[in-house]
Design a protein around this ligand. Sequence first.
Ligand code: ZN
Length: 628
Amino acid sequence: MRIPESKIEEIRTSVNIVDIISEFVQLRKRGKNYVGLCPFHSEKTPSFTVSDEKQIFHCFGCHTGGNVFKFLTEYHKISFLEAVQELAEQQGIAIEFDKAEYSEQQSEQEVLYDINTEAAKYFLNNLLNDDEGEFARKYLQSRNIKTQTLRSFGLGYAVRGWENFINYAKSRNLNLDKCIQLGLIGKTSEGKLYDKFPGRLIFPIFSPNGRVVAFAGRVMDPNETGAKYINSPESLIYIKGRILYGLSFAKDDIRRLDKAILVEGYMDLISLYQSGIKNVVAVSGTALTDDQVQLLSRYTKNVVLLFDADTAGIKASMRSIEILLKRDMEVKIVSLPKDEDPDSFVNKYGREEFEELVKKAENFLEYETKYYESLGRFDDPSTAADAIRELVKPVALINDELKRNLLIKNIAQKFNLREKLLESELDKQLVQIKKFEKSNSRIFQSRKAEDAESIIVNPLANGSPEITPLLYNLEKEILKLLFEAEKPVAELIFNYLQPEDFTAELNRELFELVKEEFENKQEFTTSGLIGLLKDETKETFVRELTFDKYSVSSNWEERFPSITAEMTLLKFAKDTVMKFYLGRIDKRIQSNRREIELTDDESKLLELMKNNNELEREKKRIREALSG
Ligand SMILES: [Zn+2]
């Protein structure tokens, strides 16, 4: 499936990146750009920047950035093609596909999805019709799961024995290597193949748009020695920490009710769903991850945690609270009566009782306070101080200052403490978090700087000694001007400069790229140009370049407040081209002078002096042409 570049460009220019990103990130205008908290890394001070003018975004903290498609692929965890399609659909732009031209990656994924779909059908059929399936059917009956429900969730059963699925796969002509990749079939060190899930109840795991990406298998035979659950390994179509079980079923209800209930297990979710509580997702198989929270935050900001009341459940709740708060989610926690889990509770007491319980959910502060109380940590002043410190910790993760202050007030009242005391504790924690963020972004920055450095240093090592820091910086300024994609500016630059004038190889390459694009199209945009860069390091280099302040331009604006931005830019471009041009001539004059001092050859001497005179005249000519 290939979409022509021109179509992609049409779709890209049909939207404003600021509008698209605003749907997911709160942006504030700052100068020419918009800033907000980065959705791709956790931060308290905004370093995520969107340029209306250039139609690109860039984060100065984690260095993620690009055009609107890049944002959608990163944010929704979808492919480039899916991002293009999504936007096209939204804008009502029709795309004709050339189905014959499936890309490698695309077809590989499709093959994997197809195998999983075939496998799911096979397991479901076993569960409904196979004699041995009776075993699993009885189990589900005992858990009150109706046939209708097990069909909706595509539950299945893998019959015992080591070759049943293999034989089925062969009969359906499924690619066995791919079945191994997907973890449906195992391979011994002797190369013998065997079924991976025999004797297990099967839960297909779906992507948010409802495709089978993996399976979980639960043991049925209590005498079975293996793990209670086994899961498919990660694959091209399944990344554990990025999937929430049940999201494809729950997303509409989560949006409608603006609330998600988060449970631990598959059965919890299925039981709740069957009883009519449908805004539920399960973490299943992993501790809650930041990616999962990001995924969920697309549908709601309100999460109710409903974990088991045992120690493991409490620990998981505490950890989850922190991850959720970091992403600005509103967190509440439901405490179940002792010895109940969501599945058993809803089966025993029904939907209404359950909804009452959710209504009574506590905020995280009440929940954690209660927990420390139950441990007796407030009985002794020394442990109480620690416990209060622990309570302030999650508060510090909240971005909203007002909310933070209200919660601090809340703790102060509860424990009869002076607010000031808690505030200073909070400040300490905030400083710690900031420090951590800074050191993190420094690591990012220095790593990227090294990458960029390595390409920059190359031309110097390759026998181009004539580059000076001044000239190098001017080369960069000129590239920056080119990536502004302003026609008059580009015309001016191409009028005076050639690729050979650039000493740093990377700069020369980028100059050539823009020149070619400009000559071919006569019309270009910053984000279109950036889109042409296939190499990630180069792409990041250019993005940082374009978001960087001009070394002199701000000055220009102060000095000439009456002229328009474009005129300022053109003026600045003239100035920069002139400096660069003159700088290069000066280099040659200097090198001539050195030779003049060294040579004894009369005729060579004369020639060098003549050349220098010409160069001086050239300087004068350029000055006259470009200044003013
Ligand atoms: Zn970031």
